[in-house]
Design a protein. Structure first.
Length: 108
């Protein structure tokens, strides 16, 4: 779970290098901020308003992904899910059975 306070502290002191964006997993925007020094200060300023919502989105998506297959179910607000689908070309959720290690018998 990402914390808004951590995101804002990182952004305040190292946001010109994209630290807030790297923290929430926006690698491409983080790299752009890194190489353009926070979009020449413009992205750094805009992220003060956008970062809180992005932390909420990341937490909602992670909750849904990590609770998949468990008895508890996560609820994601439809706006967050629609925005996530729009910003990512594809999303695939792999059932937890796919992560079970193979036994020695199935390898032979």
């Amino acid at each position: 779970m990402k914390l808004k306070t951590d995101a804002y502290l990182l952004h305040t002191f190292f946001g010109i290098f994209g630290a807030g964006r790297f923290y929430v997993g926006d690698i491409k925007l983080g790299l752009f901020s890194l190489f353009s020094l926070g979009g020449f200060g413009l992205f750094w300023l805009c992220d003060f308003f956008l970062l809180s919502r992005r932390v909420e989105q990341v937490n909602a998506i992670n909750e849904a992904i990590f609770s998949y297959g468990n008895t508890s179910h996560a609820s994601i607000h439809s706006d967050l899910l629609t925005e996530f689908k729009r910003s990512h070309t594809s999303i695939s959720i792999i059932p937890s059975e796919a992560f079970k290690p193979e036994t020695q018998e199935s390898i032979s």
